[in-house]
Design a protein around this ligand. Structure first.
Ligand code: NAD
Ligand code: UDX
Length: 440
């Protein structure tokens, strides 16, 4: 099939590359010429395991191309995915300007039947707005009778495992009220549904809602566990044992029960906010989700609270090592990363910081360009030198079994704030390391 991906970010690029991998002919469009230049030079603009290989293989096979040429991109695909950003507006609502601009650019150019697929995470009712924007543009061209369908196909991939998630989805949600479009979507996704049908077709509004409800549920689990961890710490329980104990109940399950330094990323924070805002518009206060968000804000500063409890509120003259800056491992994405809050708060209290991350340092340097008292080190061990304590913020694999002797000898005093519960408290005690975990 001929497919176009409009927006070549985390979602658009993975979607385009993985669809090309199944034999489709895909054009990826972006308004950012620098991204397209990087892709046309044979590189990728993000860190995402396995993606470069898929991109290179399909470019070489002539099935995948990248362009800033809107005419070419719109004319190419029968199925056009809109995968542009939907960042939060000032009031927390999803900003639809990029989605609607993409819709208009389609309406301004299409000359035959197209299936326009909302892949971006968009509020309920957005498909109607996309349809109206296209109709408006077609009307201006005197083409009001031209047939097209708008479909909702939210994306559930996780960064750091995006290719794997796209290739082996738990489910594929298709909101469609157009028979021909449904058939085309079924055919496009047939190679991904494996041994049983994972494609669920529903009405458009339910599909749009499903994405927000899924992210809201996952964020709720994390905030719930973070609050349980706060209490566990006070009453002398270990949240890691509690996690195992409750996760073994199949009604609860083991995933997304890890207490930590708070959730970040480009999705949970903004989607929780957008859902709260959408409900407000309907006169409903989402009490649970409001608390989920508040709990997460508190959680992101928790490591600093622990540092303050240990070293005092005024951190002038203190120096800290930070391991991990990305909002989660295996990505260079820093959007809403807890590390940003932690670094800024330590510096604001007068401390100096040496930070290391395996891949996110270029992005961190860009975002923290004005931060005084912050240095980045080329290797993890260098960050430890002369620091009062180590703060582990992102659980990259290379931090899982560090040289504890080196940690002890490099730090001024052997103190570790373990924001992702990577180290066993009993082992730390045996090694003579003062260990501050989350909820243990
Ligand atoms: P991103 O910021 O990485 O990429 C968006 C891209 O769209 C950018 O490269 C931008 O230049 C481009 N763009 C903007 N307007 C355009 C236009 N009119 N024409 C062509 N290109 C345009 O965003 P992302 O992380 O890929 O997220 C995209 C959407 O997918 C969001 O709604 C997000 O909530 C959702 N989503 C993201 C993830 C994730 O893990 N990142 C997962 C599931 C869903
Ligand atoms: C999320 C959703 O999982 C995905 O389905 C959706 O498409 C996009 O948003 P992503 O943001 O890439 O994916 O990462 P995810 O693995 O969900 O982690 C989000 C945040 O939650 C990270 O900051 C992570 O550290 C945190 N987290 C996750 C926890 O604190 N505890 C957990 O148990 C799991």
């Amino acid at each position: 099939m001929k497919v176009t991906a409009i927006g070549t970010g985390y979602v658009g690029l993975v979607t385009g590359a993985c669809l090309a991998e199944m034999g489709n002919h895909v054009v990826c469009l972006d308004v950012n010429p620098e991204k397209i230049r990087i892709l046309n030079d044979g590189e990728i603009p993000i860190h995402e395991p396995g993606l470069l290989e898929v991109v290179r293989r399909n470019v070489a096979a002539g099935r995948l191309q990248f362009t800033t040429d809107v005419d070419l991109a719109v004319n190419h695909g029968t199925i056009l995915f809109i995968g542009v950003g939907t960042p939060p507006d000032e009031d927390g609502s999803a900003d639809l300007q990029y989605v609607l601009a993409a819709a208009r650019s389609i309406g301004q150019r299409m000359t035959d039947y197209k299936v326009i697929v909302d892949k971006s995470t968009v509020p309920v009712g957005t498909a109607d707005k996309v349809r109206a924007a296209i109709a408006d543009e077609l009307g201006k061209r005197g083409l009001s009778d031209m047939a097209y369908a708008v479909v909702s196909n939210p994306e559930f991939l996780k960064e750091g495992a995006a290719v794997e998630d796209f290739m082996k989805p738990d489910r594929i949600i298709v909101g469609s009220e157009d028979e021909q479009a449904t058939l085309l979507m079924r055919a496009l996704y047939a190679p991904f549904t494996r041994n049983h049908d994972r494609l669920i077709v529903m009405d458009l509004r339910s599909a749009e809602f499903t994405k927000y409800a899924a992210n809201a549920m996952l964020a709720t689990r994390i905030s719930f566990m973070n609050e349980m961890a706060l209490l566990a710490e006070k009453v002398g329980a270990d949240i890691e044992w509690v996690r195992r104990g409750i996760g073994s109940d199949p009604r609860i399950g083991y995933s997304f029960l890890y207490a930590g330094a708070g959730y970040g990323g480009s999705c949970f924070p903004k989607d929780v906010k957008a859902l709260i805002h959408a409900a407000q518009g309907e006169g409903i206060l989402l009490r649970v989700l409001t608390a989920v968000e508040e709990a997460n804000e508190r959680q992101k500063i928790l490591l600093v609270d622990k540092v303050v409890a240990r070293f005092g509120a005024d951190l002038k003259g203190h120096h800290f090592a930070i391991w991990g800056l990305a909002f989660k491992p295996n990505t260079d994405d820093m959007r809403e990363a807890p590390a940003l809050v932690i670094v800024k708060e330590l510096l604001a209290r007068g401390a100096t910081v040496a930070a290391y991350d395996p891949v996110a340092m270029p992005e961190a340097k860009r975002l923290l360009a004005d931060a005084k008292g912050l240095q980045f080190t080329e290797r993890a061990e260098q960050a430890l030198e002369g620091a009062d304590a180590l703060l582990l913020v992102t659980e990259w694999k290379e931090f899982k079994s560090p040289d504890f002797d080196q940690i002890k000898s490099s730090l001024k005093q052997p103190v570790v704030f373990d924001g992702r519960n990577q180290y066993e408290p009993t082992l730390m005690k045996a090694l003579g390391i003062e260990h501050h975990g989350i909820g243990r």
